[in-house]
Structures are given as C-alpha cells and as structure tokens.
Design a protein around this ligand. Sequence first.
Ligand code: SF4
Length: 258
Amino acid sequence: ASIEAGVDKIRLNASNIKDQAMLREVARTAKSASVPIRVGANLGSMNPDLTRSERAQALAEEALREARLLEEADFHDIVVSVKSSDVREMVEAVRIVAGCSDYPLHLGVTEAGPLRQSLVKSSAGIGSLLLDGIGDTIRYSISGDPALEVDAAWMLLAGLDLRRHGAQIVSCPTCGRCEVPDILSLVAQLEERLGEIVKPVTVALMGCVVNGVGEGKAADVGIACGRDQGVLFVRGEPVRNIEPSAFIDTLIAEANKL
Ligand code: SF4
C-alpha cells in the first residue's frame, strides 16, 4: 500500500515475510515502481551478552542476510542500515558492511536520546563515517521536534563541507579581548535572521577588532566588533566601519548580496 501511495523508499524486514511468494510480490511491486527497499538490523535484535565487537559483527551479518533475501527475490535496489544506540558499535558494524558489500548505506545512531545527547552521539557516529566516505543517507534520531532532525542533518553535511544549504556562522567563543558585552546575544540574533537565507554563505561575527578579521577570514563576510565601531570585512579584507546598532542588518544585507 505504501508503494502505491507514492513513497520514495520503504523499510522492510525481509526475514519477517516467511511466504516466499509474498516476498517476491513485494519485491516485484517495488521494482516496477522504482522504489528502493531499506533492510537492516538494529541493536534490539542482538544478544546483550555479546561483546561490542561481537554485536557489531552480528549486526552486520544480520543486515547482509536481509539483503540476500531480497536478492534471492530478484530485487537489487537495496539500501542497508545497521543501527545501534551505542555509537562505537554502530560505526564498527557499518564499517564491516561497507568493507564487504557495495550497497548504499543509511547511517544513524538509533534511540540517541534528547536533543543535546543525540546531537553529540549522532554527529560523532555519522560524522566519523561520512569523513571516511562511508554512507549515502543519514538520519538523526532525536526525542523532540522532528524538524530538528532535519536541521541537524543539514548542519552536519554543511559542517563537513559535503552539502551546503543555508548560512553557516563563524563566531568566536569570546575571550578577555572581547570588546562588546552582548556578543552572544548578537550571535543569537544573527542566527535567527540568517534562517531566512537558503543560499550557502558563511557569515562571521567576531568579538574584537584586533583579531576578529584574521580569525574570521574563512567567512564570506563578517564583522569584527569594536566598542564604538566594528569593521566589516569581505573574505578577510576590511571594507568599512559599521556602527554597533547596524551590525546585524549590515551582515544580513551583505550576505544577501553575495
Ligand atoms: S575574535 Fe577577539 S574576542 Fe573573539 S576569541 Fe578571538 S581574540 Fe577573543
């Protein structure tokens, strides 16, 4: 029914379909609609008494067994996922699958918890694999607003320079040199306003004039903030001075011009 409803991909536990004729029928329907099928395994089906490496191996073997069932049903448009809430286990299992098959791989740390915990665990697991060229689709699992999962995925891809979508911010952590007391609230304002921009730009907001231009030069445009004036810079080159009240509006206007 989901294929007929026009979904882009389905997730299937092929081994749960004991009737071979039924599995072949699902495979035939997906094939005729050019809908890929994702198969896989996750931690829930593993024996908890195994060591982490043993579980990773078992996860990988289970996922590959699922893929073979589909191939035996003459279906080859297969995506494989091996998921665990244990980051190391997930990474290890995915590396095993990647090392012995050419299937596209879907990456995710499953049941990764609430926002902050999931961001750290998912980014560590998914990010380390993507940096090694492993992985084709990704999913952040967050106990929270699903829209945050999409935002987090885009941010990771942008942070790894794999895909660009919307604005990136370069902002300093502040230090004793910081010349503006409200730099953190300025960064928050900038982040909110940059949400309107979908083109890939990098915008810097730095806390002092002395080091801000140099430290923010990786950005397309930025302001090194001073107590009375800031310095607008474009790709590391100072352009003109800006009044503090115009910092954010100026950055948005300049980002839109790029
Ligand atoms: S840009 Fe200036 S205020 Fe920000 S961390 Fe660097 S030296 Fe400190």
